[in-house]
Each structure stands twice: as structure tokens, then as C-alpha cells.
Design a protein around this ligand. Structure first.
Ligand SMILES: Cc1cc2nc3c(=O)[nH]c(=O)nc-3n(C[C@H](O)[C@H](O)[C@H](O)COP(=O)(O)OP(=O)(O)OC[C@H]3O[C@@H](n4cnc5c(N)ncnc54)[C@H](O)[C@@H]3O)c2cc1C
Length: 261
């Protein structure tokens, strides 16, 4: 009966425009629609599948601003049992090491965690390192980039797919794993699930609750600083080719001109 914690992150919707704030170049989270990252829906789904087969409890954990409660509710409406929200203004602008440190501190406060499931990469930060850094802080084995995951007794096994081939991995619990987009198809929350989610427990932690000093996190204390950013130029309309019987030749000429062929 594994006690599972799923790391979930609220990210700007891929379809909405992403802007950086003037001054400190941190992400302007209010400027974009926010969603539960799709890879984290899959991480939640995997935890629910394990729970449905073997029992146990699924807790979702996020570090994020007030608005991250929407992502928490989505995970709870899919079927997670409870949630922990690390919410403290001092975390704003934290880098990946600081964020992982805060998450590791929260995991250290949850009793009896046997398995931590995360996404392999967030669609906004795309560092792909949070699970590995947490593993290092907590001294846990890490099985990353899994396309298949099995929990059997006190063992977790998985398949990691890379360009070199498929690796079969195994570790003793407790462990941390990250999953890729091939792991499963996440369920849609049911109406019953959405209603039930409203009553589920969401615990909020500040940095003080976690014993993390505020002056070790946040944009002012991050290991890296963004010193300048240039917005991407807007997309141009492109070139239209009218087919007058010679469309193929015109396209080939265009591609040669662009040095594509
Ligand atoms: C409140 C807050 C404000 C921040 N503000 C900024 C900012 O303005 N600019 C900036 O550059 N960075 C900021 N960060 C840090 C950044 O957003 C990332 O969370 C962090 O650097 C991790 O990198 P990543 O998202 O690329 O993680 P990856 O390593 O790509 O993510 C892999 C997996 O780790 C888990 N994970 C990642 N982040 C979180 C999280 N926050 N909570 C729970 N699980 C998580 C998810 O399962 C995810 O799928 C902020 C972080 C917090 C908590």
C-alpha cells in the first residue's frame, strides 16, 4: 500500500502569450492563463493507477503562488486524496536548486512517503532536473524519464527510453521517479470528482513551517540571474506560392533559396 506524493506544477498555458516582468525578468504569471502541466496530469494518473491496484494514499505537492490552488483542485478532482501547497512570497523568482530544496524540505515533513512521482520536465522552466536534485537532497534513489512504472512490494521498476535504447531500472522504495508523456493517458475529472475535490484537505506551508530561511531562496538569492531578455520577433506572414501548374518547382526553388534542400 504505497504512500505516494506527486509533484505538480502550475504553468502558463502553452497557447497563451508568456511575458517576463520588467525589472527582475521573472515570469509574469498573471499575464498568462495558467494550467496544471500536462505531464503532471500523467504523473497524477500513474499514482492513481497504483493506488487503485494496491491501495495507499496520493498526496499532491506544489510550490507556487495563490493561483496554484487551481492546479491543486484539478489534481484533487482527478482523484488525489489531499494536497500540500507551499506558498510564500519569498520564493518568488527562485531558481531550480532553490525550488527543489523547498520541495525536498516539504517532502521531509510528510510521514511515510514511499514513492515520489514527478514529470520529467516542466513545460515552462524545462530544466528537467527537479527530481534529480530532490533525490540528492533526500538521499533517495532516482528513476527518471520512465515510460513504464511498476511498484511491487518494496521495489519500483521502470523503463527509461532514450535515443540509445530502452533501459530497465530498479530501486528499493522509498524512491523518486519522473515520468514521460508515454506513461499513460490521464483521465478527465468526473463531475463527482470535481464536487468531491472541494472538500478535500489542502494544507498550506510557509517557509517558516518548513524551517527554510527566507534569505536562502527567491530571485535575490538565486545562483543565476537573468540580466537581459529580448522578446521573440512576431511571426511574419510567410510567402504564398500560387500553383499554376508549376507549384512543385516553385516550392523546390523556394527551399533551395532558403538552403533547406
Ligand atoms: C513561487 C515560485 C515562483 C517562481 N518564480 C520564478 C520566476 O519568476 N522565474 C523563474 O525563472 N523561475 C521561477 N521559479 C522557479 C521555476 O518556476 C521552477 O519551478 C523551478 O526552477 C523548477 O524548474 P522546472 O520547472 O524547469 O522543473 P523541471 O525539472 O523541468 O520539472 C520537472 C518536474 O518537477 C516538478 N516540479 C517542478 N517545479 C515544481 C514546483 N514549483 N512545484 C512542484 N513540483 C514541481 C514537476 O513534477 C515537474 O514536472 C519559481 C518557483 C516558485 C515555486
Amino acid at each position: 500500500m504505497p504512500n505516494i506524493v506527486v509533484l505538480i506544477k502550475q504553468v502558463p498555458d502553452t497557447w497563451s502569450e508568456r511575458k517576463l516582468s520588467d525589472g527582475d525578468y521573472t515570469l509574469d504569471r498573471e499575464a498568462a492563463d495558467a494550467v496544471l502541466d500536462e505531464i503532471n496530469e500523467r504523473a497524477v494518473e500513474e499514482a492513481l493507477l497504483i493506488k487503485e491496484a494496491q491501495g495507499g494514499e496520493v498526496t499532491v505537492l506544489t510550490a507556487g503562488p495563490d493561483r496554484a490552488t487551481e492546479a491543486i483542485r484539478k489534481a484533487l478532482s482527478m482523484g488525489a486524496d489531499k494536497a500540500i501547497h507551499i506558498n510564500d512570497p519569498a520564493i518568488h523568482g527562485s531558481d531550480v536548486v532553490q525550488t527543489s530544496y523547498v520541495l525536498a524540505a516539504a517532502l521531509g515533513q510528510i510521514e511515510g512517503v514511499e514513492l515520489v512521482i514527478s514529470g520529467n520536465e516542466a513545460t515552462d522552466g524545462r530544466m528537467g532536473t527537479v527530481p534529480a536534485i530532490i533525490a540528492e537532497y533526500l538521499g533517495l534513489p532516482q528513476l527518471t524519464h520512465l515510460r513504464k512504472l511498476t511498484v511491487d512490494g518494496d521495489k519500483v521498476t521502470g523503463e527509461r527510453e532514450t535515443d540509445e535504447g530502452v533501459f530497465k531500472l530498479e530501486a528499493n522504495l522509498p524512491a523518486i521517479v519522473s515520468v514521460n508523456e508515454k506513461i499513460n493517458e490521464p483521465r478527465f475529472p468526473s463531475f463527482k470528482g470535481i464536487m468531491a475535490a472541494k472538500k478535500k484537505e489542502v494544507q498550506t506551508f510557509t517557509l517558516a513551517d518548513l524551517g527554510v530561511e527566507a534569505d536562502t531562496v527567491g530571485v535575490a538569492n538565486a545562483g543565476s540571474t537573468v540580466t537581459a531578455a529580448t522578446p521573440k520577433p512576431p511571426r511574419t506572414a510567410g510567402e504564398k506560392v500560387t500553383d499554376e501548374g508549376d507549384g512543385g518547382t516553385k516550392i523546390a526553388k523556394y527551399l533551395v533559396g532558403q538552403k533547406v534542400i
